[in-house]
Design a protein around this ligand. Structure first.
Ligand code: OSB
Ligand code: MG
Length: 384
């Protein structure tokens, strides 16, 4: 492998309008926010990464402000001037900053992109290089769509009709107390067979177990993260009281967390979000644990721009990813993305892995700069 030497790192806080805001149990995201990382190597290669954080704490405690601060003052300085002979070294270098997985993932992702480009490889082929024999890209990612909390069941049905019509074969609905059993009943009345799952983003407690078990009659693919964002044990107790398989999202931030959850019995299915686990070396470890233990696996999303989305599609095309992923076509998120070409849904509910080196999509720098101007124009809070 051709080594890379990190010469410079540029950071771009961004704000972009979302086509459809996503309301979850923790709040509503009307705009897409992130910190974009541009990493330039001494060999003249540019890698891109994305810290898919919101302006305010919600899904994670990280924000644009925390990610920008740590990237600028602590994480980027750890990498500048370093020569890497293996992209997995990014994880060891960056882990001296604890927690803050989204921020670390942004830099880690930029390293993997640059490393793949320097070696004239697609990102997914670089992933395969560090996986057991046979784990090669299937060239497409099977995907679904995530639908936020709506004002009514009828409004939800209208969106599902549109998405099913567009070709999405798996529907995920955000739920919260008061917006669960009747929603599932209403959807099943019109769509008895659609692949359907629910995501609670930690809105319930174990005291809701009997109520949640009422969801068992709706033939759901899974329920995602019903309990506390950092809990594993109570999820295992809840799983013993309901048939619907429980999938963890927020609670699994590392391969060690996953091993623990498998020991405790707190998990049937894993949503792996690269953004949540701090980078691709960790993703590949988690992928291996899933393959070895036959854990159904899918790749989750954080409403990423084309930068994060391209990397997610690459990961999602590996054969150990066995369930439809939360990665939708570009037009579900943005009218104009930071990258070209847009991701377009194929008739079989898949997205195709780009053929170019690295993440395989072209980043339009003037669009990144425009989105950065929008961040500053929004005047959320000072960052630095
Ligand atoms: O919990 O999966 C989640 C988006 C932001 C924060 C949390 C979540 C989500 C999604 C969106 O469900 C999935 C996507 O990127 O399309
Ligand atoms: Mg989730």
């Amino acid at each position: 492998m051709q080594a890379i030497t990190v010469q410079a790192i540029n950071l771009y806080p961004i704000a972009m309008p979302l086509v459809e805001p996503l309301r979850t149990s923790f709040g509503v995201e009307a705009n897409k926010h992130a910190v974009i990382v541009e990493l330039i190597t001494a060999e003249g290669v540019t890698g891109w990464g994305e810290a898919s954080v919101a302006a305010e704490p919600g899904y994670s405690g990280e924000t644009v402000g925390t990610a920008y601060h740590l990237l600028k003052h602590y994480l980027a300085p750890l990498l500048v001037g370093k020569t890497l002979t293996d992209p997995r070294q990014a994880r060891s270098i960056l882990q001296v900053v604890r927690d803050n997985k989204h921020a670390r993932h942004a830099l880690d992702g930029a390293v993997w992109d640059a490393f793949a480009k320097a070696n004239h490889m697609r990102l997914v082929d670089l992933f395969s290089h560090y996986l057991p024999e046979g784990h090669r890209s299937t060239e497409r990612a099977v995907v679904g769509v995530s639908i936020g909390i709506q004002p009514s069941v009828e409004a939800t049905l209208a969106i599902i009709r549109k998405r099913v019509q567009q070709g999405y074969k798996r529907i995920k609905l955000k739920i919260q107390p008061g917006w669960d059993v009747e929603l599932a009943r209403g959807v099943r009345a019109e769509f008895p067979d659609v692949m359907l799952m629910l995501d609670a983003n930690s809105a319930y407690t174990l005291a809701d177990a009997d109520h949640l078990a009422e969801l068992d009659e709706f033939n759901l693919l899974m329920i995602e993260q019903p309990l506390r964002h950092d809990d594993i044990y109570e999820h295992s107790q809840l799983q013993a009281r309901m048939k619907t398989p429980i999938c963890l999202d927020e609670s699994i931030k590392s391969a060690d967390d996953l091993r623990l959850a498998l020991q405790v019995g707190g998990i049937k299915i894993l949503n792996l979000k690269p953004a949540r686990v701090g980078g691709f070396a960790e993703c590949l470890d988690i992928y291996r644990v899933c393959v070895e233990n036959n854990v159904p696996l899918w790749i989750g999303g954080m409403l990423e721009t084309g930068i994060g989305r391209a990397a997610n599609v690459a990961l999602a095309s590996l054969p150990g990813v066995t369930l439809p992923c939360d990665i939708s076509a570009t037009d579900r998120y943005f009218t104009e993305d930071l990258t070209e070409p847009p991701f377009v849904l194929n008739a079989d509910s898949t997205l195709t892995v780009p053929s170019g080196y690295g993440i395989g999509v072209e980043v339009h720098r003037e669009r990144v700069e425009k989105a950065t101007a929008q961040w500053y124009a929004c005047n959320y809070y000072p960052i630095g």
